[in-house]
Design a protein around this ligand. Sequence first.
Ligand code: F6R
Length: 248
Amino acid sequence: MYPPNLRVYADRGQLCQSVAQRIAECVREKPDAVLGLPTGATPIAVYQELAEMCRQKTLDFSRVITFNLDEYFPMPPQSPPSYHAFMRRHLFDHVNCRRWFVPDGTARSAAQVGDDCATYEQRIQEVGGLDLVLLGIGRTGHIGFNEPGSLADTRTRLVVLAPETRADALPDFGNPNLVPSQAITMGVGTILEARAIILMASGERKADAVRQAVEGDITALVPASFLRRHPNVGIYLDMAAAQFLSAA
Ligand code: F6R
């Protein structure tokens, strides 16, 4: 038997529909909900579903506030592979959300980035903290861009990307030399302070990271494993991502 907070769907389509429903419920219950959002291949269909609900006026994002988990560094916001551009393309050009924030990847000094990371954290606090954070998982077991070695109390900061993560980003850049080696990410501690968390994973490439996160030791070597310390985490998987779980 899977733990009660873990759901397995036949395929990515069903998984994404269910995650979108969960987010929509949160927003309907609390129209000014504060959401943490990822980029990546996995949530694209979730954002399509949310956009469709907004188009049909069954969902209203006008009072929702969102904070993205991460952004490459250095990365001008207007650059096509930026997460700013991704979020516009896949969500914010299609829903009536007025207050959305993505860490600023504009090139500047490390000290300035540090100050801006503190401001990002402060802004989350000022709006009452994160109600719901949606997460993907990397092959390294990362959440946001908290790569192996990230401690449970880390905050928003500049980090170095793992080689596997840079390899996975290659299709968006076309040339390995163009893939940034750094990023700004919300910390594990920032994520764990959210009132609710959804971890979603799809495909066999994620199955090993999912197994380590769900059934392995709780360790900084697999940052997603820290989610098991949180009282309100939903784990949404498709069958391919769940295939190495012992209960499967
Ligand atoms: C991106 C992010 C990452 C991704 C993860 C999975 O904003 O926070 O942790 O969620 O790398 O990415 P996909 O969905 O592309 O497999």
